[in-house]
Every structure is written in C-alpha cells, then in structure tokens.
Design a binder for this molecule. Structure first.
Ligand code: ZN
Ligand code: ZN
Ligand code: FE
Length: 720
C-alpha cells in the first residue's frame, strides 16, 4: 500500500548538504516526493511503499551528513498524491529561525582538486563543496540559498550549474560553489603576494571572518615591524603552518584539535629548534599555531614554504576589520600591501583559540552552534557580557547562542561593532529580546547599553555569571560550590572581586569566602604595573618594599586605591616580587609568566588558610630573601593557592560539586592542582570545556541566569 509522509526537520540542517543527502536516500528507496529548505529548517514529503518509507526514516537519522545536527524530527501522514519523481524544490522564504552552520575548513576532496593540474579548479582560491567552505560568515538570511549569501553577485557558469544540478555530483546544491570562470577573484596575483612576504613585507590578507595581518614568521625584522605598527608589544602572535610538528610538540590531542573542522589556533609547547623569530612569542614556551583552513591559505603556505604570522587585522584588542573599505582605512598604516578578493564578508568572526581542554576564544568554526541552557528561556533574551574579550549571548528556549569574539569593548569602534554584530545575530535568529541581562559594573559599555533597552533587566554579578557559565555548559542548574578566580569583576559592595568561593545555583548566590581586599595604588595603573600591587601587599605583610618608585607612588593609597580581592592581582604581586614582571603590556601577562617560571618544579604548599593574600606574599618574600630558587617559590605559590582553595571548599562542605571558573583558571598548573586536590577530598569538579573560563564566557553565564530568573523566580543578591 502506498503512503505519504511529511517530515519537518529542525537543527543545523541548512548549508550542510542535507537536501542532497535526502535526495540520495529517497532515490535509493525509490520514493517520490520533494525536499526543500524553509525559514525554520528542512521540509520533506516522501511517498511509496510502507517498508521503503521505514527504511528511509531510519537512514534519515543514521546517515545524516557529518556537519548536520538534527534537533527534532516531526512526522505526519498525508494522502498519497501519486507520481514517481523526487525533487529538490525551491526554498520557501518567510524569514524564520533556521540555524546557520559554522564555517568549515577546506575538505580533503576540494584540496585534492586545488592541487591537481588537470582539474578545472586547479589553484582556484575559492574552491568549496557541500562538505566545506564558508557558511556563517557569508549567509545573509534564511532559508539557506545562494541568493541569501554574499555569493549572490556571482551567477553560476554553465559548468558550475551542471554540477549544482547533478544529483550524482558532490557539489549538488552546494550554494557557495564557484570556479575561475564565474567566481570571486583575488585583488593581487598570488605570486606577487608571496614575493612580498619573502621580502619581509606585511600583508593584509582577507580571510573568512575578517582580515589578517601576515608576515614571515622566521623574519625577526618583519615581525618586530608588525608589532610596532600594530601597537602590540609582547602578546604572542598566532602562526599558520602546514607542518605544525616543525614548530611545536603536538601530541595526539593537539593534532586532533589542529585538524578538526573548526581549525582553531591551538596553544602547544614550542620546539627548541622551531624556526620562529624571537618576537613572535617572547617569554613563553607556548606557541599558538593553526593549520590553513581556506583554499587561499593552502595556496599561500604551499607557495611560501614556511610558517606565517597570521594575526587579526586590527590594532591591539580592537574588533577585527572585515569590510573592505573599513579594512583599507584601518589597516593601511600597518600593512604594506593587501591580498583581498571580491567575495564580501557578511559577519565578523575571529579565529578561535584553544588550550588543552578548554577554549580561550570560541569563535570561527564554533559559532553560531547552540550551547545548552539548563533552564529554558521562556522569553527570548540577550546578555551583554563583560568588557574585555567581549561577547554577547542571545537565548531562546533551551538554546544559547554565544557571539563571536568582539575584542575589548572599551572604545567607540568596539561599541559600534557590538551594535552591528548584535543586530545581525538577532536577525539571524529571528529574535526580539524581551529580557536583557547585564553585568553590575556601571562603567562597562555593555552595561550602559543594557540600561537603555526597553526590556526586563536582569543584573548579574560578574563571578556568579562565571560560575553559571560553567554549570550551564555541563547542563547543571546547581547548586554547587564555585571557585571563581579572575583579575577583576564588580562586586555587590562596589569593590572589585575576583578571589571568590561562592555557593550558588542559577538563581541565587552566596559569597562564602574571598581573598582579603587589598588597595590597588593608582587603580588601573596598578593593573598595568603589578609592582604597585606587590608593594601594597608587602606593606600589609610588614615586609620591606624593594621598588624605588614606591616612595612617590605610595601617596596614591590615600587618593586612588580601589579595593580588590582579585586572584589575578595576587598573582601579579608575586610575579613582581619574584622579578618576573613588574609592568605588563597585555592582560594576564604577569600571571602567565609566573606560571612559566613555576613550570613543573616540585614544591609543597606553604601553610595557608584561604583568604589572607598578604600572608602568602610574606612567605614568598621570606623564601626569596633566604635564597630559595625563584622557580620553587613560584611553584610553592601555585600549590598554596590550590591547596588553600580546596581547603576552603572542604570547610564549606556542601554541596559536593565544585565548579572552577574565571580567567585565572586558564593557568594549567593552578587548574590541575586545584582539581586534583578537590577530587582527593571527594568533590566532583566541573571545569570549562565548551566556553572560555575568561570573560568571553560571561555573557553565556548571564544568559543562563537570566533564563532561570525570569523562568522561575527572582534573583537573590549575594550576601556576605
Ligand atoms: Zn570541499
Ligand atoms: Zn563556475
Ligand atoms: Fe572575570
């Protein structure tokens, strides 16, 4: 007996080869009907004998394309219409909320064509297919169709059209396909670009989600010039290489990350003999490396032959430039030449960065994939995030959509990017926010933005948001204990927090213990000059202050010295005390270099009860005066913080789960020692895997809290 069924499939099912896949299995089972994209996903009608339909339904789930993520399948029965043909029909457009996939690195088959002299796409820098290529960064609307991508201005040539229309071709209905006849072109011949790089020039290269600045990674003079022009003094540059084994000791895990479809920048230990200029990554044994992920990158690296510095096209921590005119304007003082092309970028998206098991920056290759919300957002909401490493987060139902990395939200340029990117995200998701979550810090631009919105506002304390982000990514509502260690976050008492033991769930939070606040002499100046914080701690500890300028700077204590309980500041103080870093040129530098000094040196913790940072600084000071090796002191300091934090959890006793969050937990020694000690005490420990422990994860935590609060009650202010 002939029957007809209709399926509605929701999830990441557009731009992943889903319609060609459905076409293939329908034909295999000799079914009639059609498949199409609409604003919400994929609609299928199939008609045939019942056993064949059953096999079709099984294949639909079991054989779905690797890039697809099916969230739900709704099935219904219809009256049979007859007919034998199965077709891919034109998309039905009515706006909607279909999910756009992340950008995907060039697949092996496309790569083979790229380097095959007999292929018609030989050395064509925009080769792609249903399994690879740009998506998130070129899609201008849903349903996903060439007309709603930035490829709309490139009509298919006859050859590309026949591939597009041939069910047997691997480019059947691949929307962004192109070839040298009909597709985008480079603005500069590749040979010229390579010659410029060989001459030590700095090249602005248009990538997937923005412009990069590139130069020869082995050319010290070129790298130093790039640093000077970009106003980036010492923060390490990322490298792109086809042969990561020459630069870093990459274990199986790192190699798997490097080769994953997202192709993030992976932090790995540099090889002693890595052919890399000293200025690439001063004072660190780590290098950030990534593999080429677009055909243009593959060609550039193959022709150039060595590794390239490939850093965001911007000045220091501004948003990355992605529009052509804007890039010319902002980057012409930095780059000697431009390697651009005429395929527009619709959305800004920076490279992602991962270290060990957690992301430091979750951006290209990951966004806009949904993150879970343990408590559903009953009304759509937006969370504005923090200030440094800014992101925002849009949520509806059980899904949260974290934005790409925006850079530091501390300038007019960054604020404009925030507005523009948020508008694009809301349009993409078809969301009008009814709820807006924000940090308590009155000076954050994202807070000021939130306060102007006509929506229900949910203020969220910074460290509660960190803890909630970690809970939420594990699908947990809590309650849990939370060790949240970072540099700075606004507390409910108007001081700066950041060395916190909280007990919380997604609605309520209690401050159980914290580092004792220390005055930061000169405020922001103390964050740039860790020696000031060291001096404040040494005075508190009744130890001599070895810094000459203290005589003058000390007066700041009386006029401008905000109180801080930040763990990052305690790391700063010890770093300065040990002579590692008295001044920093990027956020976290003093702590990062202290971790490097500690390395894997063995050391027992000092006897210390969590809270009094000055006692710990005193112990380090006395050891230093006694001539103990600095690496041992740095190691003992790390172990003491971990042991003290675990001890504070043991005192709190309940609940038996501890989340670890905040930027300080990007420190692998602190993270692993704290986790081990907590597990020895019998705690279950949750750490970040999906979102960054740093402030880039704040907006997601705010969203999880706002969903819980507006779904189930009111937010209790932290006590204590
Ligand atoms: Zn491909
Ligand atoms: Zn073509
Ligand atoms: Fe933070």
């Amino acid at each position: 007996m002939r029957i007809r069924r209709r399926y509605r499939i929701v999830g990441v099912v557009q731009g992943v080869g889903f319609r060609p896949f459905v076409y293939g299995i329908a034909r295999r089972h000799e079914l009639a009907g059609f498949v199409l994209n609409d604003g919400d996903g994929v609609v299928i009608e199939v008609e045939g004998a019942e056993p064949a339909l059953e096999r079709f339904a099984t294949a639909l789930v079991d054989e779905a394309p690797a890039l697809a993520r099916v969230d739900s399948v709704e099935a219904g029965s219809l009256a049979p219409l007859g007919g034998r043909a199965f077709t891919i029909e034109a998309s039905v457009s009515h706006g909607g909320s279909a999910l756009i996939p992340a950008d995907v690195a060039t697949c092996d088959e496309c790569l083979r064509e790229l380097f095959d002299p007999t292929d018609r796409r030989y050395r064509y820098p925009f080769v792609n297919c249903t399994q690879c290529g740009p998506r998130f960064t070129i899609v201008t609307g849903v349903p996903y169709d060439r007309g709603r991508t930035t490829m709309a201005g490139f009509p298919l040539c006859a050859d590309c059209r026949s591939e597009y229309e041939d069910p047997a071709d691997r480019r059947f209905h691949a929307e962004p396909i192109a070839c040298p006849v009909c597709g985008p072109r480079l603005s500069l011949p590749l040979e010229e670009a390579v010659a410029l790089l060989e001459d030590g020039a700095i090249l602005a290269v248009k990538g997937l989600g923005g412009y990069h600045l590139a130069c020869d990674a082995a050319d010290e003079e070129a790298v130093a010039r790039l640093r000077a022009r970009k106003h980036r003094e010492e923060k390490p540059f990322a490298l792109m290489t086809a042969e990561p084994e020459q630069l870093v000791h990459a274990g199986a895990e790192e190699l798997a990350l490097l080769r994953s479809r997202a192709r993030p920048i992976v932090l790995a230990r540099r090889r002693a003999d890595a052919p890399v200029a000293p200025s690439v990554a001063p004072a660190t044994p780590w290098l950030g490396v990534m593999l080429p992920y677009t055909p243009l990158h593959h060609l550039l690296l193959a022709d150039f032959g060595g590794a390239l510095v490939l850093t965001s096209g911007n000045r220091s921590d501004e948003p990355i430039a992605y529009e052509d005119d804007e890039a010319r304007e902002r980057l012409s003082a930095i780059a000697d030449a431009f390697l651009a092309h005429d395929r527009p970028i619709h959305r800004r998206c920076e490279d992602s960065v991962v270290r060990a098991e957690f992301p430091i920056r979750r951006s290209r290759g990951f966004v806009p994939a949904a993150l879970p919300l343990p408590i559903e957002a009953r009304r759509p909401l937006v969370a504005g995030g923090a200030e440094l490493k800014s992101t925002f987060c849009v949520a509806r139902g059980a899904s949260a959509y974290l934005s790409p990395h925006l850079g530091d939200l501390d300038s007019e340029l960054a604020l404009r990017a925030f507005h523009a990117d948020l508008a694009l995200y809301l349009a993409m998701l078809g969301v009008e926010p009814a709820v807006v979550a924000h940090d308590l810090h009155p000076e954050y631009l994202a807070t000021k933005w939130a306060l102007e919105q006509e929506a229900e506002l949910v203020p969220v304390q910074h460290h509660h948001a960190h803890a909630a982000a970690c809970l939420a990514e594990h699908g947990s509502e809590g309650p849990a204990l939370a060790l949240v260690f970072d540099g700075t976050g606004y507390g409910t008492d108007g001081t700066l927090w950041g060395g916190e033991l909280l007990r919380c769930d997604l609605v309520s939070v209690e401050r159980l213990a914290h580092l004792e606040p220390i005055p930061l002499p000169g405020g922001e100046a103390a964050i740039r000059q860790p020696w000031r914080t060291a001096a404040a701690y040494l005075e508190r500890a009744r130890r001599p202050v070895p810094f000459e300028r203290w005589g003058v700077v000390r007066q700041a204590l009386a006029v401008n010295a905000p109180l801080s309980s930040g763990m990052g500041r305690l790391f700063d103080a010890v770093s300065a005390l040990l002579g590692v870093r008295e001044q920093v040129t990027y956020e976290g530098q003093a702590a990062i270099e202290l971790e490097v000094l500690a390395g894997s040196t063995a050391a027992e913790p000092y006897p210390w009860r969590f809270g009094d940072g000055a006692a710990l600084v005193a112990a380090a000071h006395d050891d230093l005066a006694a001539g103990r090796p600095r690496a041992e002191i740095a190691a003992a300091f790390h172990e003491t913080v971990a042991a003290g934090a675990a001890g504070a959890c043991a005192e709190a006793a309940e609940p038996r789960t501890v989340v670890l969050s905040g930027g300080s937990f990007q420190n692998l020694r602190l993270l692993s020692s704290t986790r081990r000690r907590l597990e020895e005490l019998g705690f279950r420990v949750l750490t970040h895997r999906l979102v960054p422990p740093n402030d880039a994860g704040i907006s997601y935590g705010q969203a999880a809290i706002a969903a819980a609060v507006t779904g189930s009650g009111s937010l209790a202010a932290p006590s204590g």
